[in-house]
Write a protein that binds this ligand. Sequence first.
Ligand SMILES: [Zn+2]
Length: 235
Amino acid sequence: MQDLKKLLAQAESDSDYREILWRLRWSSGFHCPRCDHDRAYHLPRRELYECKLCGLQSSATSGTFLHGVRNLRGWVEAILSLFEIDGRTAVSMAIRLDRGYATAWFMMHKIRLVLYEALVRGEGDLEISCDLLKTALFKASSETMYVSPEETPSDLRSHEVAQLVPELVAFLVGIYKGVSRKYAQLYITEFSFRRQTCRFDPLNLLSCFVRGRALSRAKLRAYSAPYIMRLSGST
Ligand SMILES: [Zn+2]
């Protein structure tokens, strides 16, 4: 792990980052995603590995959240920006990576969605009703919201929720000037992560991105935050 840290500190090219992600994905050696065989041919020119048993060709990112992304360096930089003091808006990310606004927007939201899947477990999470965040939410979408007014959060830990809401609202308004109701849960997950960055190191965070499956823009467009949102790891 120590030399991987060093590699990350010195990484410059997409190829360096691919090497790091490969080693995070297969930290205990290559295993074919299809048949689990542990021997493969390395095809260096295409940066692929071909399973010696079933012939499936895989890369560091194939079939993971980062499937098919170009500009690995930009992605890693965007993911690691979560450790920075201030949040990264899509605008500032677009400027930093010299990309269009839409690309940066999808990028940051995909990152938050992966965080959500990695962080939010259900048990032990704090439940926050949308109503409590009204001042920080705007309706940026005309799509039908997933709203169930009858649903109420369990009030067992309401004192913790009451303590956290002002901090959360300050984050949503201070950095993002308010966020859309539709994607509020993703921003709340970012807030959760930022409150507990001490539990993660950069490699630990990156390893969350070489699991799972490809994340399409369509999936993000279809996403809608629930009425009761979750804040993880509050204790
Ligand atoms: Zn195989």
